[in-house]
Design a protein around this ligand. Structure first.
Ligand SMILES: Cc1ncc(COP(=O)(O)O)c(C=O)c1O
Length: 470
């Protein structure tokens, strides 16, 4: 450990085991292929097997759990490497990633500016992670910038004192699930103070997804038998009457309402402005917290936070995923100072303070701000093109769901959605399908902000072709 020997103790190829050298060689060739071709050339080869990359035997997932496809016997075909909106699989098939990874790779794979920024930060002495009591410049600056963007003005001293401003940030949390659970805790703490002894009620949208924390999963119907002393109520998105009835039925006990501007777990349903404004009014009247979960929507629109399109100010906003473009998970909750009642270890990830991840967060923010207009224009273009698709195939399609780059193509029949999905994957378009719940029949896309019109057109034109073929 003391003297550096000439031979490194750890190298990627050695760490990957006996096949490591071949695998890293294939990865490097894939990287060169993706880096050496322009968008038009790559689009022309989407779905093809790329012979420029050597075929090697890849590692399988035999030790993975079954739900992560650990029981699949076929040759492994996971991601080999990616660049921008493209990636190559281990079986050397070129894919166009229409969902930005797992909806978190805001700027596509290996974005040149973000990669350079992270390297620069490391070279400048920014450490990967540290103790949350000594967060350092990048984490502090990200907190300040989030406040600035959420409130639409510079974080001067007056913002700190403004009771209505989102002026408090909890950043020492790693994944979105911890962010959402931290928001739940803020709501319950507030409830204990203003309604001591009353059983709290949490109102959430039917089809919500706020991560994998126990209580968040309870809000979507799981683990019901294990919870006492708390009630969870689901309301239908955009059903104003149902929303008012839920608040009336639980008058004096509602602790919080949780909402996502776009329900990416329920066929990309978009909340109406009227509905969210009513939710704001009801929460105000009930002294309940309105929590907007922007883990999906945040950093994917010109305003950074989608709630700003609704003309409301939530009590708590949760961001994660896209904030760091997949470089390292980082989530945050922004809230009004009067709800600041949690102690440090009530909500923390001891490995999520992340000075380097905060650099990625600052970089993503900077890129969104620098590209506001093109992001808005691309989103509009994509939506317009998708509506043409829906108009051209009314017998198959109900219509287009979602907003901007977070878009769903809703089919009349589940079987059609599944068949469309199968054909899209075959053609090298990585899209997802919601067809596993009663009534779900939607193809989901979330184009990375690294996409351009060419890419958006290619996606929609391929969709047209698939529909014609079916
Ligand atoms: C709206 C929403 N909330 C919370 C989460 C949980 O985030 P994570 O997977 O980072 O824990 C997700 C993840 O998809 C999400 O989409």
């Amino acid at each position: 450990m003391s003297e550096a020997s000439s031979k490194p103790a750890v190298t990627l190829s050695a760490l990957l085991g006996p096949r490591g050298a071949a695998i890293t060689k294939a990865m490097q060739a894939a990287r060169e292929f993706l880096g050496g071709h322009g968008t038009a050339e790559l689009l022309g080869r989407v779905g093809q097997t790329i012979a420029e990359v050597p075929g090697v035997e890849h590692l399988d997932k035999r030790f993975f759990q079954a739900s992560y496809r650990g029981d699949v016997a076929a040759p492994p075909d996971d991601l080999l490497t990616g660049k921008g909106v493209f990636y190559l699989t281990e079986q050397r098939k070129l894919f166009l990633d229409c969902t930005a990874g797992h909806y978190q790779v805001t700027w596509g794979y290996d974005h040149p500016e973000l990669t350079a920024l992270v390297r620069e930060a490391m070279g400048s002495g920014v450490v990967w992670d540290d103790h949350s009591n000594i967060p350092g410049a990048t984490v502090k600056r990200l907190a300040e910038r989030l406040v600035e963007v959420a409130n639409g003005r510079a974080p001067a001293a007056d913002l700190r004192e403004d009771p209505n401003a989102l002026n408090t940030v909890l950043l020492g949390i790693c994944t979105g699930s911890v962010g959402a659970s931290s928001a739940l805790k803020l709501a319950l703490k507030h409830h204990e103070v203003v309604r001591p002894g009353a059983t709290p009620v949490l109102v959430a949208l039917a089809g919500n997804y706020h991560g994998t924390d126990f209580l968040a999963q309870r809000m979507r119907g799981m683990w019901a038998g294990y919870f006492g002393g708390i009630e969870c109520v689901e309301v239908e998105p955009n059903d104003l009457r149902g929303l008012c009835q839920a608040f009336a039925a639980h008058r004096g006990r509602v602790a919080a309402m949780f909402a996502e501007p776009i329900l990416m777990n329920r066929e990309a349903i978009v909340l109406d402005a009227e509905y969210l404004r009513e939710a704001r009014r009801l929460c105000d009247a009930a002294d309940a917290l309105l929590v907007i979960d922007e883990i999906q929507t945040g950093f994917w629109c010109p305003e950074v936070f989608m709630f700003r399109q609704y003309g409301i100010v939530p009590d708590v906003v949760v961001v994660g995923k896209g904030m760091t473009s997949g470089l390292h998970p980082l989530s945050a909750i922004l809230y009004r100072r009067r709800y600041d009642r949690l102690a440090q270890y009530d909500a923390i990830s001891t490995n999520g303070n992340a000075p380097l991840a905060a650099v990625a967060g600052l970089g993503c923010l900077g890129l969104v701000e620098a590209h506001r207009e093109p992001i808005g224009a691309l989103a509009q273009h994509y939506v317009d093109r998708l509506h043409e698709l829906a108009a051209a195939a009314p017998d198959r399609l109900v219509g287009i769901r979602g907003k901007g780059l977070l878009a769903g193509v809703k089919f009349h029949r589940v079987a059609d959605a599944l068949e469309f999905h199968r054909r899209a994957i075959e053609r090298g378009l990585w899209v997802r399908v919601h067809a596993y719940h009663e009534g779900h029949s939607t193809i989901l896309t979330k184009l990375a902000l690294a996409a351009d019109r060419q890419v958006a057109d290619f996606v929609v034109e391929t969709f047209h072709e698939i529909l014609k073929e079916m």
